[in-house]
Write a protein that binds this ligand. Structure first.
Ligand code: ZN
Length: 342
């Protein structure tokens, strides 16, 4: 899922996002709730018409942004009390409120409010967060059932910090509540890569095979290949869009930095194997020129390529799984990559 934080995948029009092949995007509840606000988006009956995107949208619960952006946040059994990072206004995000806002946004997939943790945490802190996350998950489900009669979807989130025993316990508790899909939260929060992969490998096999399994906030192309191997189905990550705006482009051989002087007169596209709009029409030399001149078009063309790269990677993995050739796909993926191409 390309990330569309403020009701836009940064630098792209919805038509351009569609042309990359993306089937679903992510919207951030915290941002949209604060600005423009539910009253405005409500006038358009939700996010789809407001931003002119007619494919599915997943919204997060807002919890992670409250945790990472809001000022003076206070956590209680009831929910998160916080002040807006924009204007200091006071708000309370309860599990019910989060679902209410997501219903107003009319996203196709809502996420349960969970307690996010900093890294590292003690085992005791992780237990407390896990238990609160389970109680909140039940409240989210009850509210979603009452308000929507289970229209759209609500996913439960497994927490448990960096502790395998707690990941297992959280998975059992969240699965017992029963959701249309399941996510693994609390990864990619500053832990070493091996810990992240260990937690994913402990958790993914526990989640029901007949439901979507979503690893939140991850990751590099290599992460996606490894997590799909473990059984993950869905991801969201700002990497393709954010890195595009920082001049980092993904290719089959690895990532390149468009500022590199070796691209100054290069007539080739970013990736010879890529059939995105950018690669079909523009050279590395032109993209490097646009980027070094800080031209607005640079952000758009770079983002088109990176989002296309990610969407194409997952669709190739999907085809390989359906063909029963995932292992050879994975080998070929690594064989093409050169260490630190930049
Ligand atoms: Zn391309």
């Amino acid at each position: 899922m390309p990330v569309g934080t403020q009701a836009t995948v940064k630098a792209l029009s919805p038509e351009e996002v569609k042309a990359t092949g993306a089937q679903i995007i992510l919207g951030n509840t915290y941002h949209l709730y604060l600005r423009p606000g539910c009253d405005i988006i409500g006038k358009f009956d939700g996010l789809h018409r407001f931003m002119n995107w007619d494919r599915p949208i997943l919204t997060d619960s807002g919890g992670f942004q409250v945790f990472s952006l809001a000022k003076l946040r206070k956590l209680t059994e009831e929910g998160y009390a916080f002040q807006s990072h924009l204007d200091g206004s006071k708000h309370l995000f309860t599990p019910e409120k989060s679902i209410e806002v997501q219903i107003g946004l009319d996203s196709d997939i809502h996420m349960c409010l969970d307690q996010c943790l900093e890294y590292p945490t003690t085992h005791d802190q992780a237990i407390e967060a896990l238990e609160l996350t389970t109680r909140w998950a039940q409240r989210c489900k009850t509210h979603w059932q009452e308000k929507t009669n289970c229209r759209n979807n609500l996913f439960g989130i497994v927490q448990g910090g960096m502790y395998p025993d707690l990941r297992k316990r959280s998975a059992e508790e969240i699965i017992a509540i029963e959701f249309p899909g399941y996510a693994i939260g609390g990864l990619s929060v500053g832990e070493p890569k091996e810990r992240m992969m260990e937690m994913a490998s402990v958790t993914l096999p526990l989640l029901p095979e007949d439901r979507p399994r979503y690893v939140m906030g991850v990751g590099t192309p290599e992460d996606l290949v490894e997590l799909v191997k473990m059984g993950a189905d869905m991801f969201d990550c700002v990497m393709p869009t954010r890195n595009a705006r920082n001049g980092q482009l993904f290719t089959e051989q690895g990532t390149i930095n468009i500022c590199n002087a070796r691209f100054r007169g290069d007539e080739n596209p970013v990736d010879l194997s890529c059939d995105c709009y950018t690669c079909r029409n523009y050279s590395l030399a032109y993209l490097r020129h646009l980027y070094t001149a800080r031209e607005i078009l640079a952000y758009r063309l770079n983002t088109i390529h990176n989002v296309h790269y990610y969407v194409n990677l997952v669709s190739c993995m999907r085809e390989a799984i359906l063909d029963g050739t995932f292992d050879s796909f994975r080998k070929a993926f690594y064989a093409k990559r050169k260490p630190s191409v930049t």
